[in-house]
Design a protein around this ligand. Structure first.
Ligand code: SAH
Length: 275
């Protein structure tokens, strides 16, 4: 697994001004937004003359992966293939579809954003999951990250605290045939009925690691989570539960964790139901 180290990326920031990407030691500094040639929308009359690839914006995805993901050192072929396949433009508001494949996050309403493609690739790679693994995502947002994991062959459960976003994401995922289970709740408590998980991915930043999530991980399971103070740059962590650790019931001692820093990131805050 190769991950660009110490990259400050705009992941899922409240400030959705694109592109604000500062990079250290990576091959490219910035890439410009990519556009397709020709119209993308189709009517009954244009379907015959437009190729499905253009309507589906496959060319933009190939370029996005080549320039923004592979070009920055991510080599996981399963992740790259999934990001070439998932129609990211279907997860952004209609008026922003032309910018869906740019090198930046985009607003999705309610003060939230769809993460920059690079951060989705980094987090998906860091999970080190196998097809069939059961993954819990906290922070469904647009549903795009969940779709990428589903496309990689994972069984995905995703929790979103804002009901409107959860509903919209569930619809987009259903329309595209991704069997992702979406639930509206405070993800601090995970999704106990479906625990334990092989991996947990958190796409909003709490100021500490929620213990209920740790306790819903399998032995050998991985949690990828940004942690840090609200409004400041956070650290993206990859925690691994020791293979010997048994799955712990809530309330018992947390299993041993191995921590690995993946660099500085900027995510929207992890909010709590009572706030
Ligand atoms: N993974 C998303 C990124 C969404 S941004 C995507 O691919 O589009 C982070 C999301 O986390 C926001 O939608 C926000 O509402 C949600 N969130 C914040 N705190 C949460 C919590 N306690 N439980 C569940 N979701 C939360």
């Amino acid at each position: 697994m190769v991950i660009a180290a110490m990259v400050v990326v705009t992941a899922c920031t409240g400030d959705a001004q694109p592109p604000s990407l500062t990079q250290a030691g990576t091959p490219q500094s910035t890439t410009s937004a990519l556009t397709t040639s020709g119209p993308v929308g189709s009517s009954a009359a244009t379907v015959e003359t437009s190729t499905p690839a253009v309507q589906d914006r496959a060319g933009e995805r190939v370029e996005m992966v080549e320039r923004q993901i592979e070009g920055r050192g991510i080599e996981d072929q399963v992740v790259l293939a999934a990001m070439r396949a998932v129609p990211r433009h279907r997860f952004v508001p209609d008026e922003l579809t032309d910018r869906a494949y740019g090198d930046h996050p985009l607003p999705i309403g309610h003060g939230q954003t769809i993460s920059q493609p690079l951060i989705v690739a980094m987090m998906s790679t860091a999970l080190a999951a196998e097809p069939g693994d059961k993954i819990l995502e906290i922070g469904t947002g647009s549903g795009y990250q969940a779709a990428v994991l589903a496309e990689m062959g994972m069984e995905v459960y995703s929790v979103e605290i804002i009901p409107e976003l959860a509903n919209r994401a569930a619809r987009a995922l259903d329309d595209l045939g991704y069997g992702v289970a979406v639930r509206t709740a405070d993800g601090y408590f995970g999704w106990e009925e479906h625990a334990p998980f092989d991996g947990i991915i958190v796409t909003a930043a709490p100021d500490h690691v929620p213990q209920p999530l740790v306790q819903q991980l399998e032995p050998g399971g991985v949690m990828v989570i940004p942690v840090g103070p609200i409004g400041a740059v956070q650290t993206l962590w990859r925690f691994t539960v020791s293979e010997s650790g048994e799955f712990q019931a809530p309330g018992s001692r947390p299993p041993e964790l191995q921590a690995e820093s993946m660099g500085a990131v900027s995510f929207v805050p992890f909010t709590r139901a009572e706030e």
